[in-house]
Design a protein around this ligand. Structure first.
Ligand SMILES: Cc1cc2nc3c(=O)[nH]c(=O)nc-3n(C[C@H](O)[C@H](O)[C@H](O)COP(=O)(O)OP(=O)(O)OC[C@H]3O[C@@H](n4cnc5c(N)ncnc54)[C@H](O)[C@@H]3O)c2cc1C
Length: 507
């Protein structure tokens, strides 16, 4: 079942197992059950530490990963191949006794969680956001006997997905109640459980020389450049990694022909940690005030002070702001075609937006869904010609230009989209099951008031990255830079850090 190259790699990992693992398999006569049996038997044939037992679990086909004398609560329902294969390998290693790569404080935080927590995560095997969630919940199950986790492949349990009206992955349930959607790190899950630090945890922090707000490529680069000057540097990030965490393939990070978002974020994190930068992840800034020092207030009420601040808060998906969008979010309204496309297999969807991201999404989706309708507001598509040519070669795509979306309709989930033709003023309604919104990004700057912004909400900076407020600099997608790219954000982060250093020398 496993390809030779994967088997060879897997063989090396299995040699790292530290104890015995029992896979308890609940299988029937169906095709997926047979494939699952083939997979677990193949794993057992590769390591004497792995044994297989037949069992009856809550779902069939599924299997649990246990120690010989103890159930861990980790269950894979469906076959964890594709993006989830790493989750399976990590579960085998961690259940065997190999310590997860998590810092000591987080381990303690997980072990101290009291009460009973049963998580269920619905995923698709092509979703690049799902493994983080699956792996985080598995780590929690390994470390705390009160926590259990079942990963459920939506494609293998379609009836369950339909019944629960799941239209975006990953979707996580906790004790049967909706817990969250989308990529979540271990720290984010713990924060959602209410185990995060409060304001008192920040009260003894001395003022920084440079405090960076935002942990994307711009913020990481600014922090490394600042710390390399030997000055006290901190980063506040709502989610370290920023948009790069949502990016699958990256082919234009010069010097690296191909990488993937989470991989790049892991190396940014490693680089930042090398300089002893104080990283305050999962913290959101809500106010900036310039007194003697620049003050940043966090959502939890803590106030941090710094001689200079670099704003690198990036951008988020732009909403189309029509009735039905918010109401049906994750009930047919989606923003990530790579993640959620497979849930619309054989269905009809619309893509709003005819720029590069919209047309890339439409091409991707056309290979999975029954039909794609592209709605573009302008008289023509704005995507690169090569993408438009590819789109027009596809048999199951309709492009409608001059279309102003007026409503996303539905009852308990999306059932259609309404638009007005800007040419004829006529209203139209298309029946469909999903809508992917791809109309660009909006800068995360609405929490700022004294810092000058342009009509698009972008922070206005000079060639040193300086804003209108002395000591406050900005970099990356939240600024008025002409282009928004990883490498450009990193460059502007470096500029802002050098600008801030210059400012401090002069003041
Ligand atoms: C799907 C997708 C694919 C892409 N593909 C590519 C590609 O292939 N190549 C390429 O070069 N570019 C690509 N981009 C663009 C690229 O990701 C961005 O240009 C880049 O990430 C911008 O970096 P940034 O640091 O300015 O902002 P972001 O990456 O947006 O990071 C912003 C940071 O600020 C934090 N933040 C926001 N508000 C607050 C607050 N109030 N308090 C604290 N923290 C806050 C966020 O949590 C995050 O850590 C892609 C973007 C997307 C969405």
């Amino acid at each position: 079942m496993l390809e030779a190259a994967i088997k060879q790699q897997l063989d090396q990992y299995l040699q790292l197992m530290e104890g015995d693992v029992v896979l308890r398999v609940s299988a029937g006569e169906d095709k997926v059950s047979n494939e699952m049996l083939e997979l677990v038997r193949e794993l057992a044939s590769m390591s004497s530490r792995i044994s297989v037992e037949r069992a009856t679990l809550e779902r069939t086909p599924s299997f649990s990963v246990n120690r010989p004398s103890e159930e861990t609560g980790i269950v894979f329902a469906g076959i964890p191949l594709g993006h989830e294969f790493t989750s399976l390998v990590l579960a085998l290693l961690q259940v065997s006794g190999r310590a997860p790569k998590v810092d000591a404080d987080t381990i303690k935080q997980i072990q101290n969680i009291e009460g009973t927590y049963h998580f269920e995560s619905y995923i698709s095997l092509s979703c690049h956001n799902c493994p983080d969630v699956v792996q985080a919940l598995n780590v929690m199950s390994v470390l705390n006997p009160n926590i259990t986790h079942t990963m459920i492949d939506g494609a293998a349990f379609k009836d369950e997905v339909e019944a629960k009206e799941i239209m975006a992955v990953p979707t996580v349930f906790l004790n049967g109640e909706s817990f969250g959607n989308g990529r979540m790190s271990l720290e984010e899950i713990l924060a959602k459980l209410g185990t995060g630090p409060d304001a008192s945890a920040f009260s003894d922090k001395d003022p920084y020389d440079v405090l960076v707000v935002g942990g994307g490529p711009a913020g990481a680069s600014a922090a490394v450049y600042a710390a390399r000057k030997g000055i006290r540097t901190g980063i506040i990030a709502e989610r370290f990694g920023g948009q790069v965490m949502d990016t699958m393939g990256i082919e234009n990070f010069i010097g690296t022909a191909y990488t993937e978002g989470p991989k790049l974020v892991a190396s940014l994190e490693e680089h930042v940690k090398e300089y002893g930068i104080d990283v305050m992840n999962l913290q959101r800034a809500k106010r900036l005030e310039k007194n003697d020092l620049v003050e940043i207030e966090l959502e939890n009420g803590a106030v941090l002070k710094s001689k200079s601040v670099i704003l690198s808060t990036g951008a988020r998906w732009r909403n189309v702001n029509v009735p039905g969008e918010a109401e049906f979010k994750n009930k047919g309204v989606a923003y990530c075609p790579h993640c959620d496309g497979p849930l619309f297999e054989g269905k009809r969807v619309a893509v709003i937006g005819g720029g590069n991201s919209g047309i890339e999404a439409a091409i991707d989706l056309a290979g999975i869904v029954k039909h794609v309708t592209v709605l573009e507001f302008a008289p023509e598509l704005k995507a690169d010609q090569v993408l438009q040519d590819r789109l027009h070669s596809l048999p199951n795509v309709t492009v409608i230009t001059n279309a102003q979306t007026t409503e996303i309709t539905g009852t308990d989930k999306v059932n259609g989209i309404s638009y007005v033709s800007r040419e004829t003023n006529e209203s139209h309604h298309v029946e469909l099951e999903g809508v992917f919104v791809q109309i660009g990004l909006v800068p995360n700057t609405d929490w700022l008031d004294s810092v000058e912004r342009n009509n698009f909400g972008e922070i206005v900076v000079d060639r040193h990255g300086a804003t209108n407020v002395p000591g406050v600099f900005a970099a990356g997608d939240c600024t008025n830079s002409a282009y928004k790219q990883i490498i450009i954000s990193m460059g502007s982060g470096a500029t802002a850090a050098l600008g801030a250093f210059d400012y401090m020398i002069r003041n």
